[in-house]
Design a protein around this ligand. Structure first.
Ligand SMILES: N[C@@H](CCC(=O)N[C@@H](CS)C(=O)NCC(=O)O)C(=O)O
Length: 386
């Protein structure tokens, strides 16, 4: 290990020991399918999927029980899992309200289902807590900087709606520590690198350090606020998470007179972030999926919160007419009212409005990024409302 970092490794080990009892188990805590089944018995908002065994040759009937939709309609409120501490994505404000890009997607789902974007109960969850909350039905949907991965989709008991933000993991360190111009994991040899537990982040950085043939001290905390406290105090040489998270934290927390360097340009990983639902409620997954798609189609077609009502009355083309509830509407097939997506766009806005309002202020621009629309060279694309 590089000697200039050894004292920091000792300091962070001590601070970590002190914090461990307050933060609980900081080890990888993604819940297992066993947890899902046990916790599912307690759920009041979703029915656990029946245990089935499929033999070769069996006809597989997709589960379409609509349980979550009915639970939300009966309750009159959407329980939406967020971070509450993710800058520009979901931040709990001093007055108790929740703001941000992810929070607005919670509002969009509430507008689609309940006709009221304010009918949301935000549930702040740490990364380590979030999957159990989906599996048990404590939240109807999780919209919390969550990366879609194969194992989360297939093994952890969850389903993923379309990506709302294409991200990638990056690293941030102090320029005064000599990291100016650092561009790769190899520059972290001997460093104390901190992140939060229960994330793709902790696994990716270990893999990247191994691949680069360097030694790092990786320390995880349950809460990203504590990660940043340790970075600011100097106990961590570098922090790592989704690039959007680092940009947000730099915008909000960089002390005057100090410069934090975000290693450019290649991310360590792909982190496609999007909403998550409990497994095997295909009606509910359709609703969340098409709510996201509706915001993307509206963006592509120039339908905004300001003009959606006019566009509904005089649609510029048949797809916009269908999307906004006119003749040929297809929202009813999901159990939604025909004007569900008109409510989404008028009350919350299209994709660009949601993005620009929340992510623009911290400097996350769409132009030239994967989050540009597909017609502008980006990846934001929806299948047609047909
Ligand atoms: N996208 C990754 C990381 C998610 C994550 O926890 N990101 C951090 C940094 S943006 C975060 O949300 N922090 C806020 C918090 O801990 O509440 C994952 O799904 O595992």
């Amino acid at each position: 290990m590089n000697k200039r970092f050894i004292w920091r490794a000792i300091a962070v080990a001590l601070s970590f020991t002190l914090l461990a009892s307050a933060c609980g188990d900081d080890s990888e805590t993604e819940a297992t399918p066993t947890t899902t089944e046990a916790a599912g018995e307690d759920t009041t908002t979703t029915e656990a999927a029946p245990a089935t065994t499929t033999e070769p040759g069996d006809t597989v009937v997709p589960v379409q029980d609509g349980g979550t939709l009915q639970a939300v309609l009966d309750r009159g409120t959407l329980n939406c899992g967020v971070s509450g501490a993710a800058v520009a994505f979901s931040e709990t404000q001093p007055d108790g309200s929740t703001t941000g890009f992810d929070a607005d997607y919670c509002r969009a789902v509430a507008a689609a289902v309940l006709g009221d974007s304010t009918a949301v109960a935000f549930v702040a969850l740490t990364a380590a807590e979030r999957f159990t909350a989906v599996q048990t039905g404590d939240v109807d949907v999780l919209i919390r900087n969550t990366t879609a991965t194969q194992s989360r989709d297939t093994d952890v008991g969850m389903d993923f709606a379309p990506t709302t933000y294409y991200d990638g993991q990056q690293v941030m360190a102090r320029e005064s520590d000599g990291f100016t111009g650092a561009s790769g994991v190899a520059d972290l040899d001997g460093a104390v690198v901190c992140t939060n537990a229960g994330t793709t982040t902790e696994k990716n950085i270990s893999d990247a350090a191994d691949a680069a043939g360097i030694d790092i001290t990786l320390t995880t905390f349950e809460d990203y606020d504590i990660v940043m406290d340790n970075f600011i105090s100097g106990a961590c040489d570098a922090v790592t998470t989704d690039g959007s998270g680092l940009v947000g934290r730099k915008a909000k927390q960089e002390p005057a007179g100090e410069t934090w360097w975000i290693f450019p340009p290649s991310p360590l990983s792909k982190e496609p972030l999007g909403p998550v639902t409990g497994q095997n409620d295909s009606v509910w997954l359709d609703i969340v999926t098409w709510t996201v798609n509706a915001t993307i189609i509206a963006d592509e077609k120039g339908v905004t919160s300001a003009n959606a009502a006019d566009m509904a009355a005089n649609p510029p083309d048949a797809e916009v007419g269908r999307l906004l509830g006119g003749e040929g509407e297809i929202q009813s097939a999901m159990g939604l009212p025909p004007d569900a997506f008109l409510n989404v766009i008028t009350q919350v806005g299209n994709y660009d409005e949601i993005y620009t309002r929340n992510l623009g202020p911290v400097g996350l621009t769409r132009e030239g990024s994967a989050n540009a629309g597909w017609l502008d060279g980006g990846l934001i694309y929806s299948p047609p409302a047909r």
